[in-house]
Design a protein around this ligand. Structure first.
Ligand code: GRF
Length: 204
C-alpha cells in the first residue's frame, strides 16, 4: 500500500478529488491522515466521512493543536510515503522538510515560476494573474523545499484564459485542472514513475 498524508486549510475539494480517484481506481493508495492548520474545516468533514484520522497542527502546541515534532512522529508511524499539500496555506517548517526530503509535493493554482511566493495563495494568485492580463494560467505540482513555491516542477497543465471576466472565473477553470492533475501525479508517484534525472523531473 502506498501511503499519503494530505495537508489542507479549508474547503478540501482537492482532497475530495484525490479520495474519489482512489475509490474509482484499482490503485493501492491509502490516505493515512489529513492534517490542517485549522481546528475545524470542511476538509476535515470530508476526511471524517472516509474515517481518516485528522490532526490540527501548529508551531505552538496547546490543547487543540499538536506540534510539528509530534506530526513528524505520527507521519513516520503511519509509514507515510508522500505528503501532499492540497490547499495548505501555512509554511511547512524546515524540520518537516528535512524529515521528508523529496517526499513533499504542493499544488499551486498558477503556472510557476510566475505568480508564486509569499502571499500568493487562494484568490490572491488569480487576482494577480487577472490584473497582469495573463492570457494563460493553469496548475503546477512541485516539490516543496524551504522557500515558498520554489521546488522543482513535477507537472503543469495550462488553460487559455483570454476571455475571462474575473479572477473568480480563472479560479474555477484552474480548479478543474487541479482536480485531475493532482490525483494523476499521486498515482505516478505510487507507481514509481516520477524520476529525477539530469537535474530535471520526468514523469513516465
Ligand atoms: C486550490 O486552488 C489550491 O491549488 C490552492 O488552494 C486551493 C485549495 O482548494 N493552494 P481546496 O481546499 O482543495 O478546495
Amino acid at each position: 500500500m502506498y501511503k499519503i498524508a494530505v495537508f489542507v486549510s479549508g474547503r478540501g475539494s482537492n482532497l475530495k478529488a484525490i479520495l474519489n480517484s482512489i475509490a474509482k481506481s484499482k490503485t493501492k493508495i491509502e490516505v493515512v491522515c489529513v492534517i490542517s492548520d485549522k481546528i475545524e474545516c470542511s476538509a476535515f468533514e470530508i476526511a471524517n466521512k472516509y474515517k481518516i484520522p485528522t490532526y490540527s497542527v501548529s508551531q505552538s502546541e496547546n490543547e487543540f493543536y499538536v506540534s510539528y515534532n509530534e506530526i513528524i512522529s505520527i507521519l513516520k508511524e503511519f509509514g507515510t510515503d508522500l505528503i501532499v499539500l492540497a490547499g495548505f496555506l501555512k509554511k511547512i517548517p524546515d524540520t518537516l522538510i528535512d524529515s521528508f526530503e523529496k517526499k513533499i509535493i504542493n499544488i499551486h493554482p498558477a503556472l510557476l515560476p510566475s505568480f508564486g511566493g509569499k502571499g500568493m495563495y487562494g484568490l490572491n494568485v488569480h487576482k494577480a494573474v487577472f490584473e497582469k492580463s495573463a492570457q494563460v494560467s493553469g496548475a503546477t505540482i512541485h516539490f516543496v523545499d524551504k522557500i515558498y513555491d520554489n521546488g522543482k516542477i513535477i507537472a503543469q497543465e495550462s488553460i487559455n484564459i483570454n476571455g475571462v471576466n474575473s479572477p473568480e472565473e480563472i479560479a474555477k477553470k484552474v480548479l478543474k485542472i487541479e482536480h485531475k492533475l493532482l490525483p494523476k501525479i499521486i498515482f505516478k508517484f505510487s507507481e514509481n514513475k516520477v524520476v529525477e534525472k539530469n537535474n530535471r523531473i520526468y514523469v513516465f
